[in-house]
Design a protein around this ligand. Sequence first.
Ligand code: NAI
Length: 345
Amino acid sequence: MVKVTVAGAAGGIGQPLSLLLKLNPLVTELALYDIVNAHGVAADLSHINTPAVVTGHQPSGKEDNSAITAALKNTDLVVIPAGVPRKPGMTRADLFNINASIVRDLVANIARTAPNAAILIISNPVNSTVPIAAEVLKKLGVFNPRKLFGVTTLDVVRAETFLGGLLDVDPSKLRGKISVVGGHSGDTIVPLINYDSEISNKAKSRLSTSDYEKFVNRVQFGGDEVVKAKNGAGSATLSMALAGYRFAENILESLNGRNQPVLIPDSAYIYLPGIPYGKIFSDKHLNGVEFFSVPVRLQNGRIESFIDPFEGLVKTDEEQKLIEVALKGLTGSIKQGTEFVKGSK
Ligand code: NAI
């Protein structure tokens, strides 16, 4: 019995993500929450012939907490794509003020109604919304760092696609062979392509320095291509839904009672000092940065361990430099998120 809640289910990401979750045989209940059109999307998906029971939950006004409470009751996993998307000329940071409050309030409800659920945050800017969530959960005394994830899988999916194109390799075969670490915005995103020796050798023999730099740049700023092409209609939705589903599926598989870690780790943006496993980043590496995207192994819906890019992933000097740039960029975003909650009532 697995209940999944999608908060922001009627949006551009929320709808296709909910569709994919409805198709997953492990999901027994799918609760769709949104401030608009939640019942419509739920009615539509409920006609699909898979076992998951779909329920729609929409508040009748600002003060109405009953819909979110019902959506969250007894849930195992909450996926949050609620918020506003990026429009041309907007950076992820521009979204901060609107999305920060949405995430803060949703997570406060999760803390009260479903404190043991795994939380997957898609709402941007992820570099700040995840620290916001952590701060809210800490404030309410229910923070479990092993169950809070910023979804950065779209960066991994893009890295696989773009590198597959450059090396003339089927990108679906690159799964688990490229890691993307750091954050989820511009130059905080760091693809590490020398994770696997076979791919590493191919990349070294086929990619010139300028091809490599273009690859890194495209992964870092790939989201802008979609924002520009959609010309005012928003940011990535379909590729994001697939990426969000891919990570949610990892969690569902890890909940499937086998008590085995999920074998192919995908990256997620997590609170590292809180994971009491293996080598925690030393301060000299982390430079005080507490949230970082790393490949995580999952077990029973929580982080079992992670792969430390400073210890466990082979890197070139170039990649090491990219990580240092990422760490600098993350410092401000994390502080912004944490201070937003500290300044809230
Ligand atoms: P959208 O505007 O199409 O959908 C957002 C949905 O959230 C709407 O249905 C809206 O009614 C709902 N919503 C707003 N406030 C809410 C609240 N308080 N509670 C519940 N639902 C609420 O936007 P889209 O394109 O689906 O993007 C959603 C978010 O995902 C944005 O913040 C966007 O920047 C982010 N995103 C993240 C990516 C990632 O890789 N993590 C990639 C692409 C987008």
